[in-house]
Design a binder for this molecule. Structure first.
Ligand code: ADP
Ligand code: MG
Length: 248
């Protein structure tokens, strides 16, 4: 192990989560280091979304600890709001504010939560919209945009909070096939710029290209963790082999 490993940005230790009787996260141990890109794959219902949601505390967990940049997840109050700002999240459904322009969608949280002056928030938002290739749509309403464009706005909106880590939960699953690439391209360049990312996706090409590590989940457990070439070419477990056979 090199002496200068980047610091852990997200770490889960012994995390358990139940929905009633259902044990959806089973003793999860996972460390994601600064600038690392971890792609999480696994069958439907294996707990991938719950894992993401527990990292920014959209779900509470029943046991174990979760840290973001070394800090234990706060339970509530201003500390929780600050944590949420550190952890950007992009969902399958873009969840943009329908009656706000693209620009307003990106500036609302920085102005209201980070207390950034409006002019500065607008300037930063335009830079972010430019970065995701959509600055020319700043004055449009979400409904006037394609799905791929809306998802790029959602990414810009998350980035506007200057997160330390970005979580993506199946960001391209709701998109028409021709729009998947433009969203993955934005994610690829974010990764290249050094963003720490946890990405749940069924896009195995992206996983192979962009991931530093692939985490395979099944039935609430991390069954396997490996570099992408290793995982795709020679998975250790029978469960991973049959999962790959079903998606590739
Ligand atoms: P994945 O994202 O891998 O498809 P999820 O994390 O969404 O899996 O779900 C894991 C398990 O938890 C599934 O069995 C799902 O039905 C269940 N589950 C998810 N959310 C809830 C909830 N709010 N209440 C009860 N069960 C849930
Ligand atoms: Mg899910």
């Amino acid at each position: 192990m090199p002496a200068t490993e980047p610091r852990p940005m997200v770490s889960l230790r012994g995390v358990d989560k139940y929905f009633g009787e259902l044990h959806v996260l089973r003793h999860i141990d996972l460390t994601v280091r600064a600038s690392e890109v971890v792609v999480v794959v696994g069958p439907s219902g294996s707990g991938k979304s719950t894992l993401c949601r527990s990292i920014n505390r959209l779900e509470s967990v029943d046991a174990g600890e979760i840290r973001v940049d070394g800090e234990l997840l706060p339970v509530e109050g201003p500390a929780l709001a600050a944590l949420r700002a550190d952890v950007g999240m992009v969902f399958q459904s873009f969840n943009l504010f329908a009656h706000r322009t693209v620009l307003e969608n990106v500036t609302l949280a920085p102005v209201n939560v980070r207390r950034v002056p409006k002019a500065e928030a607008r300037r930063e938002a335009m830079e972010l919209l430019d970065r995701v290739g959509i600055a020319d749509k700043a004055g449009h309403l979400p409904a006037q945009l394609s799905g791929g464009q809306q998802q790029r706005v959602a990414i810009a909106r998350a980035l506007a909070m200057r997160p330390k880590v970005m979580l993506f939960d199946e960001p391209t699953s709701a998109l028409d096939p021709e729009m998947v690439g433009e969203v993955l391209d934005v994610m690829t360049s974010l990764a290249a710029e050094g963003m720490t990312m946890i990405v749940v996706t069924h896009e195995m090409g992206f996983a192979r290209r962009a991931a530093d590590r692939v985490v395979f989940m099944d039935q609430g457990q991390i069954v396997e963790e490996a570099a992408p070439d290793r995982f795709f070419d020679a998975p250790d477990s029978e469960r991973a082999r049959s999962f790959l056979a079903s998606v590739l």
